[in-house]
Design a protein around this ligand. Structure first.
Ligand SMILES: [Mg+2]
Length: 339
């Protein structure tokens, strides 16, 4: 692996080898990374398994704010990728990291960034496989490619939903969108505890890896909620060539989101359209309901049935009387002004 250290005056005293040994080698804890001493890493084939590979790129000013802490940027970069592995039913193995540092980067920032990656690595049993560090005249850009294993042919896909399946979601929905709205002063929450819960849901996503792996033989289709509940469910309905009916009052909310929604019903846009929750959205045959609830109980993750797969097309959101709500799909798919 080659690390090119950007030559910014404030960092001239830091050599390429110091940057590697100080910040990146400690993250290369898996044997496959070869201690970052070679031109590439070697992932031995694992008989009986498929390797699932996913990449996310995050650009400052678009996917995070320039004032976000290094810890937040690290957590959102790595956990969004791990969440994609979870949505595929994979066991996380390792990740590579490409980072383009802007001209005003500081060693302190990169140190905090690497430190947070290290903490998350321990939490989710992954390691740094390799990568590249470059400088850019543009904004800070981070791209992580995560890799994970799934038994051959067992990966969860978006295309397997069948009319009659129940639609499920893990955790609670809308928290992260409310969190970033609080951080950007577009929303107010008088309760400090609730406010910090919602912002933490944006800053530190929790990839549902164990749940994803446990759903391999239970779910017919799966995705993680990154773009927004309706937008991501539409990815499943489009790929599966089915429709979906979702009951608005069955979508699981946190106590904090529920309290804010009770005061301002227009916040349902955050529930239906806000992304970044990184919960799992999946479909499963009706008969699997009891097993899924028992599984969720065992993993101490909330799992809630929110609707049914239909033989129509697209997603309908129904109010408590069963009437379809006009949700103006394009507005929800491109949830504007997030940051
Ligand atoms: Mg995804």
């Amino acid at each position: 692996m080659e690390i090119k250290v950007p030559q910014h005056p404030s960092n001239l005293r830091l050599s390429e080898f110091e940057l590697i040994s100080r910040l990146f080698v400690p993250l290369a804890t898996g044997e496959d990374a070869l201690g970052l001493t070679d031109d590439g890493a070697i992932i031995p084939a694992r008989p009986g398994y498929d390797l699932v590979v996913t990449t996310d790129a995050l650009v400052s000013g678009i996917h995070f704010r320039s004032e976000d802490s290094a810890a937040t940027v690290a957590a959102r970069s790595l956990c969004s990728n791990l969440s994609d592995l979870a949505a595929m039913g994979a066991e996380a193995h390792c990740y590579s990291l490409a980072i383009a540092l802007p001209v005003d980067w500081t060693l302190e920032w990169v140190t905090e960034f690497a430190g947070t990656l290290g903490d998350l690595q321990n939490q989710y049993s992954v390691f740094l496989l390799g990568g590249d560090t470059v400088s850019t005249p543009g904004p800070l850009t981070i791209s992580i490619t995560a890799m994970g294993y799934v038994p051959t042919g067992k990966a969860l896909r978006r295309g397997g939903a069948i009319p009659g399946d129940r639609i499920w979601v893990s955790g609670s929905i809308g928290d992260a969108a409310m969190g970033i709205a609080l951080l950007t002063d577009r929303l107010e929450c008088p309760d400090g505890e609730m406010s910090s819960f919602l912002t933490s849901r944006f800053e530190t996503p929790i990839p549902r890896l164990e749940l994803g792996q446990s759903l391999r033989d239970l779910a017919s289709a799966a995705i993680d909620v990154s773009d927004g509940l309706i937008a991501d469910l539409t990815h499943i309905t489009d790929t599966s060539s089915v429709g979906a009916d979702v009951h608005l009052d069955q979508i699981p909310l946190s106590a904090a989101a529920e309290a804010l929604l009770a005061k301002n019903s227009s916040l349902s846009t955050y529930i239906l359209g806000g992304g970044d929750d990184y919960e799992l959205l999946f479909t499963a045959p009706e008969d699997n309901e009891a097993v899924i609830l028992a599984l969720a109980d065992r993993l101490q993750v909330r799992a809630t049935a929110i609707g049914t797969v239909t033989d129509g097309n697209g997603v309908r959101v129904l109010d408590p009387t069963g009437r379809a709500i006009d949700i103006g799909m394009t507005g929800f798919q491109h949830f504007a002004g997030k940051y």
